[in-house]
Design a protein. Structure first.
Length: 268
């Protein structure tokens, strides 16, 4: 595994971590009281927080399946999060057993569970990089040991960029996509305040009070990440509405849409 440190894993439990809160929303057990406390406060703003996490995860499954069925055989997943089966490589290798997948995250808990991300098919391969998403040069250098950047790669940035501030987020996408071959794809999901600006502003303040960044983006701001790329239909859409025929549908309460924009696009 690339970049793994044999030293004992050091986990900061003094403040919540987005990956651990996401794990709690998905029903996982790799989280701490500080994560659960903030997650429950977020639920007080929107009681559908758990459904949001499941809808987002289901989109990742469908997008990965779609790209594997369209011939993509290499995947770079930045901001992996705590392993929750089925993981991206399992979805990809169900459709294409020879798929090669590189995961990247900087959360020590993800590192502690990285073995779950390395159970590849014999025909394919997986690797794990311990690196910060804001270090694209480090990520690309390490990922290039398994992936061939002369062939198409699917870059997966699922529920990541809303933790990156303003222009840094757009620069990050550009730097990660730039060396990838034509035919490479960008898979992205993003929190939005389009449907509840007041609640979104309260969530931003909640994160800021704990020293964390949260930057919800509008549909237009989310679409900007795909500038110059060719969208898969239907372009930027709500997560639940992106090709529901490709996989599981997550039941949600009420008629209001689950807020969050997603998209998949190809580099020409």
């Amino acid at each position: 595994m690339t970049g793994l440190d044999p030293a004992p894993v050091q986990i900061d439990t003094s403040k919540p971590h987005p990956a651990r809160m996401y794990d709690w929303f998905l029903g996982g057990k790799d989280n701490y009281p500080v994560d659960q406390e903030m997650a429950e406060q977020l639920l007080a703003l929107d009681s559908r927080g758990k459904e949001m996490a499941r809808v987002n995860r289901a989109f990742m499954h469908r997008a990965t399946r779609c790209l594997a069925e369209h011939g993509v055989r290499q995947f770079l997943d930045v901001g992996t999060g705590i392993p929750t089966e089925p993981n991206l490589h399992q979805i990809a290798q169900q459709s294409a057993p020879d798929s090669r997948v590189v995961y990247c995250d900087n959360d020590p808990i993800v590192l502690a569970h990285a073995a779950a991300l390395l159970r590849s098919t014999p025909e394919g391969a997986t690797d794990y990089i311990q690196a910060d998403a804001r270090e694209p040069a480090t990520i690309l250098e390490a990922a290039g040991k398994l992936l061939d950047f002369g062939r198409p790669v699917a870059l997966s940035l699922v529920a990541l960029l809303h933790f990156v501030a303003d222009e840094d987020a757009y620069e990050l996408v550009n730097r990660l996509m730039e060396p990838l071959a034509p035919g490479s794809c960008l898979v992205l999901s993003h929190v939005t305040g389009d449907f509840d600006p007041e609640g979104s502003a309260k969530a931003v303040e909640m994160y800021r009070a704990r020293g964390l960044t949260l930057r919800p983006r509008s549909r237009t701001e989310t679409a900007r990440f795909f500038d110059g790329f060719e969208f898969f239909d239907p372009g930027v859409s709500l997560a639940a509405e992106w090709h529901p025929e490709l996989g599981e549908r997550v039941p949600v309460a009420g008629d209001e849409p689950i807020p969050g924009w997603v998209g998949v696009a190809r580099k020409s």
